[in-house]
Design a protein around this ligand. Structure first.
Ligand code: SGN
Ligand code: CA
Length: 521
């Protein structure tokens, strides 16, 4: 190749038109990527984050041997929108998937497509919750919609089939099977392993049905929050454990303890085989009978519900943690652990009783934040802690960066590769942008957008209200008291408004743009 040809090749590579690396390039220069994401896994329920609720020794391995991000956030705390941001590196107002309803445009650019074009083998296994056939994957085996915990259907490369077994175990098995037998081992891989658990309504694996039964979890200090100090949105949500958990699928009663009528739990249990049903009833029936004998009331009942929720939720996480251990062991046993970047995250955070809530959606901390742990021994020192503001918007650019593939101009996130390897990254962002749209809908969390800096959070609730909230996270980490219009914060407020306008402009989220996606009543 002469000099001009080399230069042409280089410029075509950097424009993303030609593969960034030729097929002959030494394989070890291109790392594998194992992206593990669970559904609704709160950072409070990962022991590496230090909340002391439960133990997740396998997920913790990623933090002990790699980096733990303490300020990882999503741009919209809901499943399908979060996944669309992950794939495209673009905010929802530009990738079109603003809420869980409506279709997703798979024809648009996504990072697995770019990896594929650059010689990677790609696979998507587990929950994706985006309608249509996944694009960008050499292999896909996904749950339809939300999927089921027991004996679920999977759609393998477009063909749907029911499998016997527990969803977390099956998803992990399919992932190991692809790694071991189905992929082209001459190419680097990007495997997206998406666990359904611990999504509502928290059906534990048979072997964990009794785990934590004798353990009482600490009740958050603001469990009996009365929402004073905040605006309409916090008062009108439908996320309170005490009020909105169903006796059937959520709290596991086959008959309503007050009316005696059959609950909807049986709909869920229809997929169970006899042995599974037997194990399930052996676990829940005696507990439910004990409840019937001594029905708690008022605050005691609210705490009882919290305990049942936490036990089931954390049981589901136990299986997820096992799964992470299995894949990490596989990488190690097969000599893949040094050259594979392992990422663990969730599609958003979750309330574990804070403000009395379950679910997510709000820009308040527990749902806007999400766990993020990254292991890559070649670049990331064991025990690294990153406190810079990062978002799921950054995942696609980061993965492309590690793979040596140029980031397309339309991607809005930034690579956090430098932060993970402990570099002092100059000019890293000082604020992040959030926008939630799914209203009116289940849980009735009003539409809102806002900005979060290291210390402050400014939120605008809109659509059928027009209210602002401002939090000083240093003085009020649990967001109990909005200081919007408090004269002591006048300067901060003005600055945040300006910064928010700047972010909306930077990310091209124009006032009124969301009206192009009319809310369904
Ligand atoms: C289901 C749940 C909701 C949850 C949404 C979205 N209800 O509808 O509690 O908010 O999913 O979750 S359930 O009774 O059917 O479980 S998401 O993670 O997919 O966005
Ligand atoms: Ca989710």
């Amino acid at each position: 190749m002469n000099k001009t040809n080399v230069l042409t090749m280089l410029s075509l590579c950097s424009a993303g038109i030609l593969p960034a690396f030729s097929e002959q390039a030494p394989k070890q220069t291109r790392p594998n990527i194992l992206y593990i994401m669970s559904d609704d896994h709160a950072y409070q329920a990962i022991s590496a984050y230090g909340h002391g609720l439960n133990q997740t020794p396998n997920i913790d391995r990623l933090a002990n041997e790699g980096a733990l991000f303490t300020r990882g956030f999503v741009t919209n705390s809901l499943c399908a929108p979060s996944r669309s941001v992950l794939l495209t590196g673009k905010f929802n107002h530009l990738n079109g998937k603003i809420d869980n309803r409506g279709s997703f445009d798979w024809d648009q650019m996504n990072f697995p497509k770019l990896l594929q074009q650059n010689g990677y083998q790609t696979a998507l296994i587990g929950k994706i919750h985006l309608s249509g056939n996944p694009q960008g994957f050499d292999y896909s085996n996904v749950l339809p919609g939300q999927g089921n915990y027991y004996n679920p259907d999977f759609i393998e490369n477009g063909v749907e089939k029911q499998y016997q077994g527990y969803v977390t175990t099956l998803t992990t098995q399919f992932a190991l099977d692809w790694l071991d037998k189905k992929r082209d081992k001459s190419k680097p891989f990007c495997l997206m392993l998406h666990e359904k658990a611990p999504h509502r309504n928290w059906q534990p694996e048979e072997k964990y049905l009794n785990l934590y039964e004798d353990h009482d979890f600490p009740v958050p200090d603001n469990y009996f929050d009365d929402y004073s100090g905040r605006g309409t949105a916090a008062h009108t949500q439908e996320m309170e454990i005490a009020k909105y958990m169903s006796w059937g699928p959520d709290l596991k009663f086959e008959n309503d303890p007050y009316t005696g009528k059959p609950t909807k739990l049986m709909n869920n249990l229809k997929r169970f085989n006899e042995a599974q049903l037997k194990a399930w009833r052996a676990a829940y029936n005696p507990r439910n009978e004990a409840f019937m004998k001594n029905k708690p009331e008022g605050k005691d009942l609210a705490i009882w519900k919290y305990q049942r929720y936490m036990r089931d939720y954390l049981r589901c996480i136990k299986s997820v943690d096992d799964a992470v251990g299995e894949v990490l062991d596989y990488l190690k046993a097969n000599g893949l652990d040094e050259n594979t970047i392992v990422i663990y995250t969730s599609d958003q955070g979750f309330y574990l009783g804070e403000h009395g809530w379950f679910d997510k959606r709000f820009m308040y901390e527990e749902s806007m934040r999400t766990p993020l742990l990254v292991r890559y021994p070649k670049e990331i020192k064991a025990g690294t802690v990153v406190s810079a503001l990062v978002q799921n918007l950054d995942y696609a650019p980061t993965i492309l960066d590690y793979a040596g593939v140029p980031k397309p101009a339309e991607m809005q996130g930034e690579s956090f590769r430098g932060l993970a390897s402990g570099k002092d990254v100059k000019n890293w962002r000082e604020a992040i942008y959030y926008h939630y749209y799914e209203y009116p809908a289940e849980h009735r969390v009003k539409r809102h957008y806002g900005i979060r800096t290291n210390r402050f959070k400014l939120i605008h609730f809109y659509y059928d209200i027009d209210e602002w909230e401002l939090y000083d996270l240093e003085k009020d980490p649990h967001e109990m008291h909005s200081v919007y219009n408090d004269p002591a914060y006048a300067e901060v407020q003005a600055r945040l408004h300006k910064q928010l306008d700047g972010l909306r402009e930077k990310y091209k989220d124009k006032p009124g743009l969301m009206e192009t996606f009319p809310a369904k009543k």
